[in-house]
Design a binder for this molecule. Sequence first.
Ligand code: 5GP
Length: 211
Amino acid sequence: MKGTIFIISSPSGAGKSSLIRALFEEHNQDGSLYLSISHTTRPMRPGERDGADYHFVSESDFKKLIERNAFYEWAHVFDKYYGTSRELVQEAVNSGRDVFLDIDWQGAQQIRKIEPDVKSIFILPPSLEELKRRLVSRAQDSDEVISKRMAKAQREISHYREYDYVIVNDVFSESLDALWGIVNASRHSICNQKLSQKYILDGLLSGYSGN
Ligand code: 5GP
């Protein structure tokens, strides 16, 4: 049985990474969730690790990967390249794991075209003031980068209508419940249950043979 691909997008600072991290901490004891690690040409931020947060590569290496058709999708975000590895995502989906892609709206549009069954979730901040406060308090970016991110936030937010689900991340624990609720509901969809519960369903339909 194949897993489901979940796309999670948001303007940076809306809390998407923290939500994904918490989802994996709380709900991945059985290893059924898989987080795709993207390739990027942007510089590493303090506290980030190559291979864990991103695969950090040079622009020329990224372009070689594009030529080799190694990306499921790729996009230019904040003047840097970001891309999702095709092979690793397909391997995880084929092994039945639910795959999470932390990508922007441009990547989401590309994936929807090739994978119509994908589920997409947009995380919104409760206000632009709160978004700015979160970007400043995480102390990862220069003032110039923060201004750029704020300027782009509204353009990114305008794409929320393209998504299947929207979570306003005000109270973290409630947002996490909502995120898990979406994943869990998808596992119980008729399409997935027909395959994952096949033996039970066949048994229930086979007729009662006792007294
Ligand atoms: P950051 O630099 O803050 O880690 O990410 C900036 C933006 O790039 C975020 O909106 C993030 O979702 C997006 N992003 C990260 N990886 C990918 C990717 O592989 N493809 C696309 N299209 N966007 C990505």
